[in-house]
Design a protein around this ligand. Structure first.
Ligand code: SF4
Ligand code: SF4
Length: 285
């Protein structure tokens, strides 16, 4: 599904208010900070937390989940997500769509647990930790820190004996890989373009959404257009982009920096430039 399906504006003030409350009130954890937690079958709260929750999916979350479910990007986005638009930056984001049942359950929860556990999203991996950042478009040098998430339901995991440091938890949950894969995405969302108060127009919002979340459509765009006759991309990379979603997502981030901000992350072929100049009559004499 593209944005034509109707993208609702996200109440960014609410998100900002929540973020400010965390920065102000929640104890900041360091990598060595300790906490007690264990989540497992047998606890009376098991799976109770997998419902009525806002889970924003990163581009890498979407990649992992659609791959695990063996779905195309369009099928995954249409069935499992709600597209939203952050009002200030005009950046599209996607929210995991909960089921339409009394508990608003996650579509992937069963009495046995999470059916996509190996590919669960970043925020599910992080729990019971959350991550906050004082970095904004205006303040890129802000700090990032973890905090203990306080949810409305009684989470019995905190009463278990198992003790972790924050860094042990990250390692156990595979957080480092997810952070690494999303670093270029984060840099784009904090780009100076937004710092200077410039948002994105409707066509760029569309480009951003497709490139980050609808990888199958992005791939079709690359291979069914004149893209590779215009841009200088190594043949080996072109071959990998045909089948490798992770490579495609990385390439997509370069494409976004080029197409949204005019950076030189991609190179236009000399002959394509010459043709363009000729068309514009710029090389006379
Ligand atoms: S409420 Fe806490 S302990 Fe219970 S299933 Fe959820 S995360 Fe695990
Ligand atoms: S994706 Fe898995 S872990 Fe995350 S809310 Fe759904 S069932 Fe729970």
């Amino acid at each position: 599904m593209g944005l034509q399906g109707g993208i609702k504006s996200c109440n960014e003030k609410m998100l900002k208010g929540w973020k400010e409350a965390i920065l102000r009130e929640y104890p900041k954890l360091s990598p060595k900070s300790k906490f007690r937690f264990s989540c497992h079958k047998g606890l009376s709260c098991f799976t109770q937390c997998c419902g009525d929750v806002n889970i924003f999916l990163t581009p890498y979350d979407v990649l992992r989940m659609k791959r695990a479910l063996n779905l195309s990007s369009e099928e995954f986005l249409g069935k499992y997500t709600i597209p939203l638009l952050l009002e200030d930056q005009k950046l599209p984001v996607v929210l995991l769509k909960m089921r339409d049942d009394d508990r608003k359950s996650c579509p992937f929860v069963t009495s046995e647990g999470c059916t996509i556990y190996e590919d669960r999203p970043w925020s599910c991996r992080m729990y019971p930790l959350g991550m906050a950042s004082s970095k904004t478009e205006d303040r890129v040098d802000g700090e990032e820190f973890c905090f203990i998430v306080e949810e409305g339901f009684p989470c019995l995991g905190f009463k278990e004996d198992k003790e972790w440091t924050v860094e042990e938890w990250w390692k156990d949950q595979g957080i480092e890989l997810y952070n690494k894969k999303c670093e270029p995405y984060k840099e784009i969302t904090l780009h100076k373009h937004f710092r200077e108060g410039k948002g994105l127009g409707p066509s760029k919002i569309q480009v951003f959404y497709i490139t980050c979340y609808n990888l199958d459509r992005f791939r079709r765009h690359l291979f069914e257009s004149r893209f590779f006759s215009l841009f200088d991309v190594q043949n080996e990379l072109v071959e990998r982009l045909k089948t490798d979603d992770e490579e495609l997502l990385n390439f997509g981030f370069d494409w976004l920096r080029f197409s949204l901000f005019g950076e030189d992350t991609l190179r236009i072929k000399d002959e394509a430039l010459e043709t363009k100049k000729r068309e514009l009559g710029l090389n006379i004499g």
